[in-house]
Write a protein of this length. Structure first.
Length: 248
């Protein structure tokens, strides 16, 4: 099922029957991907005195309660409300859902005992491309990323000047396969988050960061059409399902 899209007066084709899902789902398993020192999600039948919301337990329907944290438990998209004292909802600020995106792959470099993504690496990977959405896959890229327990592991992160470059390039939607764009324990500095949203200047309210994606090796670097699907939670962050389509 192919459709034609127009961008900058040029026509492109995408096949909507061939989606490339780069999200990590939320499950109730102990090996659900996790970060930020919280327990695994729970998905269980709602229970009251004379009712258990499970067909297996005799109910007419399955009626389950779900408890999770969007920042900790799977692919999620966040707005500046993540670091703002003012309540900002990603559901209010993300109003467009289709973007041209560039997928790049980077091996974080070691600096002062940390693994980091640098400005030079971003520049080299992007070349002359100036996408509205940028998808960063880090190496190594084991499938175990889907289940990794990140708390207290000091994962790789993006350096502040690299994030300033991303912002100044015009990237409005950044997607990455890590639990955060910032260092796990940074005393609350959040330098990369603040740089991306221009927090100390004219704040980019409509810009988003999506974390905890997984980009399989079969998806090669290059240009794609992105559908960024976000559950309509009135919250700074929401579970999301970014889907890529090859551009023909």
């Amino acid at each position: 099922m192919k459709t034609t899209i127009t961008h900058n007066a040029k026509e492109y084709q995408i096949d909507l029957s061939k989606p490339l899902d780069i999200s990590i789902p939320i499950t109730d398993k102990d090996d659900n991907v996790n970060a930020w020192y919280v327990d695994a999600p729970t998905i269980e039948p709602h229970r009251e005195t004379n009712f258990t919301g499970s067909i297996a337990a005799g109910s007419s329907t399955n009626f389950y309660d779900i408890s999770f944290n969007p920042h900790s438990h799977g692919t999620h998209t966040e707005c500046v409300g993540h670091i703002s004292a003012e309540h900002q909802s990603v559901n209010q600020h993300l109003k467009q859902f289709f973007f041209f995106a560039e997928v790049i792959t980077i091996t974080p470099s070691e600096e002062k005992g940390d693994l980091v993504i640098t400005k030079n690496q971003i520049q080299k990977a992007l070349g002359n491309n100036t996408p509205k959405a940028l998808v960063i896959r880090t190496l190594p890229n084991q499938a175990s990323k889907r289940n990794r327990q990140y708390s207290h592991t000091n994962p790789p992160y993006i350096l502040e000047d690299a994030m300033v470059f991303i912002r100044e390039l015009g990237v409005e939607h950044l997607l990455i396969d890590l639990p955060s764009v910032d260092k796990e324990k940074d005393d609350g500095k959040l330098l990369a988050h603040k740089a991306f949203w221009n927090f100390n200047g004219e704040v980019r309210l409509n810009a988003t960061i999506t974390e905890f994606i997984y980009v399989p090796d079969a998806i090669t670097d290059g240009a794609y059409f992105l559908n960024l699907q976000v559950a309509p939670f009135e919250n700074d962050a929401s579970p999301s399902r970014p889907v890529l389509y090859k551009i023909e």
